[in-house]
Design a protein around this ligand. Structure first.
Ligand SMILES: Cc1cc2nc3c(=O)[nH]c(=O)nc-3n(C[C@H](O)[C@H](O)[C@H](O)COP(=O)(O)OP(=O)(O)OC[C@H]3O[C@@H](n4cnc5c(N)ncnc54)[C@H](O)[C@@H]3O)c2cc1C
Length: 265
């Protein structure tokens, strides 16, 4: 029996905020105000600044000489983070295990997840994600491969036996539910290493919370790799929103570290 193996997660951004500056400046002009914008600030950064400034109407003469990055840094220092919720990105995450996704899905606030179904696709066809610690040892890799193959064989046997013992109905919905029931029973033997795919949308505040909680857990390499990929992407999209995070190396692998606000300057 052959099967695909994934070694590292893959994360891509597939959607980002689009700011209609003209519409906002038109509104400001109607109020007799203007916004001195920072050249080079990204749309995501400007959206946060705009929302923050609207709270105090700090435009025109009331606008301080702070740059966009300085303004956002001040918001972060004050804990005025609800304005970060306006910035949302959507990502495609593949090459992660079901054990990873159990942990990932615990982040309830500011995250929306759409995950590959094991009832509408055949989970036995899915690749498996080999942990780095196992991959580093030839002996452990062989043991791991044997266990995966046994699980996949068991899946096939259970599926075949149930297909033989449960009569196929004529009705389309009943057919679908029969297939669902059989896959649900058979998948119970599949390993947590089974690969899953997730499209998720998260706002900048929720991503900061996720990176703070999950990015630096030394013993959770899969989580560290996803966190580092995520930080690298969002830093490119809106550096000012993640100025207090950095990627460091630990034992040759990345780890996301949150710099204490006071330590940065
Ligand atoms: C090192 C580590 C070990 C863990 N071990 C386990 C474990 O053994 N078992 C386990 O079940 N989970 C475990 N977890 C998961 C953890 O308990 C959280 O469920 C997960 O990290 C999501 O964090 P969160 O609730 O802060 O995030 P979110 O769900 O995104 O919530 C964000 C924030 O919103 C607020 N919030 C959300 N919901 C509520 C609410 N109902 N009431 C009040 N405030 C709310 C809180 O301030 C929360 O921090 C572990 C997490 C870590 C980082």
């Amino acid at each position: 029996m052959t099967y695909d193996v994934r070694e590292t997660p893959s994360l891509q951004i597939i959607s980002r905020p689009s700011l209609d500056v003209d519409a906002f400046e038109k509104y400001l002009a109607g109020e007799g105000l203007a916004w001195a914008r920072t050249p080079g600030a990204t749309e995501a950064e400007e959206l946060v600044e705009l929302a923050g400034r609207l709270c105090y109407m700090s435009f025109g003469e009331r606008q301080s000489p702070r740059t966009n990055a300085q303004y956002i840094w001040n918001l972060l220092q004050q804990g005025h983070e609800s304005v970060l919720e306006h910035v949302e990105w959507t990502f495609l995450l593949t090459g992660v295990s079901r054990s990873f996704s159990h942990q990932f899905a615990r982040h309830r606030v500011g995250f929306a997840l759409s995950q590959l179904s094991q009832q509408y696709t055949d989970p036995n066809d899915a690749p498996t994600v080999i942990p780095e610690l196992v991959r580093a040892s030839k002996t452990l890799t062989q043991i791991w491969e044997r266990a995966i193959i046994e699980a996949k064989k068991a899946y096939e046997v259970i599926q075949r036996e149930l297909q033989a013992s449960i009569p196929e109905p004529d009705d389309r919905v009943a057919k679908r539910e029969r297939r669902r029931a059989i896959r649900s029973a058979a998948r119970s033997v599949l390993p947590e290493a089974t690969e899953t795919r997730i499209v998720f949308t998260a706002n900048a505040r929720a991503i900061r919370h996720f990176l703070t909680l999950r990015g630096s857990i030394a013993g959770d390499l899969e989580m560290r790799l996803v966190s580092a990929e995520l930080l690298a992407i969002v830093e490119g999209e809106a550096p000012a929103l993640f100025a207090d995070f950095e990627i460091v190396q630990l034992d040759g692998e990345p780890l996301v570290k949150r710099i204490h606000l006071d330590e940065r300057e």
